[in-house]
Design a protein around this ligand. Structure first.
Ligand code: NAX
Length: 331
């Protein structure tokens, strides 16, 4: 039997945490034959609720779940973890300045970076979900210099999956037959959902999404804004932000990263830019990637038209501004 993998979920008493931990315990993230030990972190005001989640995990009698650590101590939470899903953060409340929210998250991600750096297993893979996800991941990277930058990422897979979902609804095809949409840039409304390289599996072979939709106007306007604004639409409908789809997408992100992407398929991940596609180096930016042997690589050589170029640059500018704001919170 395989040795258990230790998975940290921060913010585990929150709504994404509540959807995510049972998925991890059922093998949705790391495979149906992979035992796991869950480490759950939250802050003291949520300690009792966190313990309630632990009770439910025990009650669910998951065969793959070999242990549960539920704690408000960041060192205990980070010790020995192989995978860290950072869902905890400071939410933006009505009337709050962007800078105040940034400042709270910078201090959270700075201290959690240090704890991970000192106490996580070597080669721990980190996924930041909490907003501002790209910039929180960047702060984490800066304050955990001994964690390889290849091991730090942020979640844009939910946006990617939303784009697949929109194409599938529009064309009345199975979502599993749609692939290679791309989310470029920030996990915010400046992101660019790009279908220029996306295809659909049909009985006559793979066809470009642009050819099948045959409505460039829709693809260049409504499709993009629907994906960009989907988070807000969920809040309006549910009076709560996306949780099950965020949790499921976090599982997809880690599963593909650890176990690999299927041949010919790419997915979107927020990763440290090396300057590919003329995106400024030193930002955590969402790119198309493929994964093999536990490592992602950015898909190279995709042609970028003028329309796309502008959108890639716009979301990069927003990320540069966020980065500057985050750094101004440090001084
Ligand atoms: P909740 O407010 O339900 O849960 C957040 C939890 O984090 C709470 O239990 C809170 O006590 C805890 N927490 C706060 N500070 C902490 C700290 N320093 N250490 C550990 N835990 C801490 O929010 P939820 O709906 O679960 O969303 C969590 C985060 O995901 C938010 O930042 C949200 O904006 C972000 N999202 C990111 C998405 C993405 O695709 N990247 C999509 C979904 C979601 O909006």
């Amino acid at each position: 039997a395989k040795d258990p993998i230790r998975v940290l979920v921060t913010g585990a008493a929150g709504q994404i945490g509540y959807a995510l931990v049972p998925m991890v315990a059922r093998g949705v993230m790391l495979g149906a034959d992979q035992p796991v030990i869950l480490h759950m972190l939250d802050i003291p005001p949520a300690a009792e609720a966190l313990n309630g989640v632990k009770m439910e995990l025990v009650d669910a009698a998951f065969p793959l779940l070999k242990g549960v650590v539920a704690t408000t101590d960041v060192v205990e939470a980070c010790t020995g973890v192989n995978v860290a899903i950072m869902v905890g953060g400071f939410p933006r409340k009505e009337g709050m300045e962007r800078k105040d929210v940034m400042s709270k998250n910078v201090s959270i991600y700075k201290s959690q970076a240090s704890a991970l750096e000192k106490h996580a297993a070597a080669n721990c893979k980190v996924l930041v979900v909490a907003n501002p996800a790209n910039t929180n991941a960047l702060i984490l990277k800066e304050f955990a210099p001994s964690i390889p930058e290849k091991n730090i990422s942020c979640l844009t897979r939910l946006d990617h999956n939303r784009a697949l979902g929109q194409v599938s609804e529009r064309l009345h095809v199975q979502v599993s037959d749609v692939k290679n949409v791309i989310i470029w840039g920030n996990h915010s409304s400046s992101q660019y959902p790009d279908v220029n390289h996306a295809t659909v599996k049909t009985p006559a072979g793979e066809k470009p999404v642009r050819e099948l939709v045959a409505d460039d106007e829709w693809l260049n306007t409504e499709f993009i804004s629907t994906v960009q604004q989907r988070g807000a639409a969920i809040i309006k409908a549910r009076k709560l932000s996306s949780a099950l789809s965020a949790a499921s997408s976090a599982c997809d992100h880690i599963r593909d990263w650890v176990l690999g992407t299927p041949e010919g398929t790419y997915v979107s991940m927020g990763v440290y830019s090396d300057g590919s596609y003329n995106v400024p180096a030193g930002l955590i930016y969402s790119f198309p990637v493929t994964c093999k042997n536990g490592e992602w690589s950015i898909v190279q050589g995709l042609p970028i038209d003028e329309f796309s170029r502008k959108k890639l640059d716009l979301t990069a500018e927003e990320l540069s501004e966020e980065k500057a704001l985050a750094y101004s919170c440090l001084s």
